[in-house]
Each structure stands twice: as C-alpha cells, then as structure tokens.
Design a protein around this ligand. Structure first.
Ligand code: PMP
Length: 398
C-alpha cells in the first residue's frame, strides 16, 4: 500500500534542535575539498600516516579468530582488554587507573556530548579557554550553558583567573597539549596551578588530549589526570595516532561519573563498535604505537618547519604567529583591522583556504586571527599557499 496525498508535516523542531548549527569549519571544508585548492583549513590528520596494511592484517585476524564475537553486540563500557590496556598505559607517575574508570566512546567528540548531557544544566556556567575547540563549544551548546571565557596567553590558560569567574560553574574544559586551534602548550606550572585551583574549588576539569602524543621533540608534559585522578576527566582519542575514520576514543574519570556517562551512552548508541575496538586492540597490543607515533611526529615536525619558514619569509611585519611544539596547527594574529572571514573569501578566490579564528571564541571573537593546518599539504604547496596569503595581507596593509 502507498498513501496518496498525505497531509504535509509542519515540522516543529524542539527548542534544542532550533539552535543547532553546522560548524563553520565543516561548511568551509565543503568548499575546500576541491582538488585545486591548497587547504590549510582541515583539522584532518595526514592520510600518509594511516597504517592501512597493519589495520587490514588486524581486521583479518580478528574476523578469522573471533568473528562471531566481533560482529555481535558488546558491552556499553567497551571491550574489556582495550579498557585494561588504556588503564595500564595511563597508570604512570605513581597513579593507578583502573579499567572501571575507562569508558570507550565513538570518538572523543561523543564524550563531549555525553559530558554535556550529564553535567550541564540549562544556564549553568561552562568555563572554556579563549579561544577553544569549536567542536566542544558545539557539543556543549546543545545543553544551553552560559559559556564563560578563561583568558589565555602563549603558555595556555591563566589559572589565576579561574577562581574569580568559577562561581556556580559546572565544569572547566581545557586542552593543554598542542591546542586546537592555537597550537599552544600549557606550561607545567600552569597545569599544576590549574589542577590545584579546580581541586580546591571542587570544579570538574576536562583535559581533552587528542594531540598529546604528537610532540615534535621530547616527551609531552605530565597529564593533569595524573595530578588529580579524582577531579580530572581525561579524553583520549585514536584519531590522531591511528586513524579518525574508526571513530574511537575514551574517557577516563572517577567511576561514579563513568557509570553515569555509560547510562547516557547506552541511551545514545548502546555501545561503540565491538569490531572496531577488537581490531584496534589487536593492532596496538604488541607495541605498534611506539614505532608508529614517532613517524607521525617526524612528518608533522617537518611540515610545521616548512610552514614556519614560509611564514618567516613571506608574511609582512605586523603579523604574529606561534611556534608549536607539537600537533597540527599554527595560530596567526593579523593587525587588528584585518578580518579573517573577509580574508578567507579573497583567499578562496585564489585557491587557498584556512579557518578564520572567530568561530573558536565562545564570547567576543578576535576577528583578526586564523588557524593554519600544515599536515595535509605537500611542502611546495605550503610555500605557495603562504605566499598567496602574504600577498593578500600585504594588500590590506597599504
Ligand atoms: N577534541 C579536539 C580538541 C579535537 O581537535 C578533536 C578532533 N578534531 C576532537 C576532540 C574529536 O576527536 P575524535 O572524535 O575524532 O576523537
């Protein structure tokens, strides 16, 4: 049977749905997918780092040896051997993390949504860095918080400003390593001061750390999780150290919060793909990441140097940028009168793209900022793209 002439539905979206918006970055990415564009816009890791053959072997092995288990529904908290592996790898600096404190999620993006769902009330204060990860602002926005911006400088968030603005706050969201969008790293002193302040105030502190393993030289600074596992909610991800397409991340937090997040996750998607988790466990259990990650670090460090050299060579006086110690991004600050959105339109007309900085601010945007990603563009194109941007900026200085 087929219904003829049904009454057209007048869709009434919930208030919550009415305020959903597509991320500006995803909109820009649609434009920049064109093959003729040199895109510094994407937050995508370099596909050159994806261990395709290794994953293929792991898929084959899991399906051959445990196919029936891998293709079945699984537990909401995740595949136990992988949770144990994560708990063990984070049990450092005298801290013991138990598998009970680990929840597997479908990308750390899902963790941001679940945390919003279980911790954020309508109108409650959420403290975020200035600027902050757009995907986190987007995830928390659904739960209608009041965002309060925490000031930052080139060494990250300023912990001494937190106490004065934290009254009634339900969480502080931070990104200490190779920040998205700024590429900055929070200093050790500031990590300690921030953990101490949050612990004193009883304020849950989210440590979002998808880039932590990608330092160019030396080991990353200590995790805030190890300074106070009772008060820090740590978000990890396989997206930047393995591949993002598998959509696999994890939350490490006190067990009482993990159980609540688990209930929220159950309602949302029952569990993260069992097949994916088993394959990832198979792929990493024998130490693969310790050979693989250094090759990503070397590639990104080289790409970063090419971009920094090009910025130095072509960008005019009056433009500032940082020197990242790891990760995928450089943050550029233009003279105050130059608007990043407007520059983007002109750049796209010349087949170059980047992400303007304004959307990364929860409040009062600094419109003269840009995020440049250097990991997916070959060196010659990095130089050319930077030269094009430099020309456009110089035109605005005349
Ligand atoms: N947090 C930050 C800071 C990110 O940059 C990203 C990815 N761009 C995510 C979380 C989400 O990562 P995923 O869901 O792929 O783990």
């Amino acid at each position: 049977m087929k219904i003829e002439n049904p009454t057209p539905i007048k869709w009434q979206f919930s208030q919550r749905a009415e305020q959903l918006q597509s991320s500006v970055i995803r909109e820009i990415l649609k434009v920049t997918m064109r093959p003729d564009i040199i895109s510094f816009a994407g937050g995508l890791p370099s596909p050159a780092t994806f261990p395709v053959e290794h994953m293929k072997t792991a898929f084959d092995k899991v399906l051959s040896d445990q196919g029936k288990v891998a293709l079945q529904y699984g537990p909401t908290d995740g595949y136990a051997p992988l949770r144990e592996w994560i708990a063990q790898s984070l049990s450092i600096d005298g801290v013991t993390i138990s598998p009970d404190q680990v929840l597997m999620v479908s990308g750390s993006q899902q963790a941001l949504d679940l945390l919003g769902k279980v911790l954020v009330e309508d109108g409650s204060k959420v403290l975020v860095e200035t600027p902050s990860y757009l995907g986190a602002l987007q995830a928390f926005s659904v739960y209608r918080p009041e965002f309060v911006s925490v000031p930052t400088d080139e060494n990250g968030l300023l912990p001494e400003t937190v106490e004065g603005i934290a009254d009634g706050a339900c969480l502080l969201y931070s990104l200490p390593n190779f920040h998205n969008p700024t590429g900055r790293t929070m200093s050790l002193e500031r990590r300690e001061a921030l953990v101490e302040t949050c612990a004193r105030l009883g304020l849950p502190l989210i440590e979002d750390d998808p880039y932590g393993a990608l330092s160019y030289a030396g080991e990353p600074l200590p995790k805030m999780l190890t300074m106070n596992p009772n008060g820090v909610i740590y978000l990890g991800s396989f997206s930047k150290v393995l591949t993002p397409g598998i959509r696999l991340g994890y939350v490490v937090a006190p067990a009482i919060l993990i159980r609540k997040l688990e209930q929220a996750k159950q309602a949302s998607d029952l569990h993260t793909s069992q097949l994916t988790q088993m394959v990832v466990y198979e792929a990493i259990k024998d130490g693969f990441l310790s050979q693989h990650i250094p090759s990503i670090r070397t590639l990104y460090a080289n790409q970063c140097k090419v971009m920094l050299d090009a910025l130095e060579e072509f960008f005019p006086v009056g433009v500032k940028w940082n020197q990242p110690a790891g990760g995928m991004f450089i943050w550029v600050t233009l003279p105050k009168h130059i608007d990043g959105m407007q520059l983007l339109d002109e750049a796209i007309a010349q087949n170059v793209a980047f992400v303007p900085g304004a959307p990364f601010y929860a409040n009062e945007p600094e419109t003269n900022t840009l995020r440049l990603s250097f990991v997916t563009v070959p060196p010659e194109k990095i130089r050319h793209g930077v030269q094009v941007l430099a020309g456009l900026i110089k035109n605005k200085l005349r």
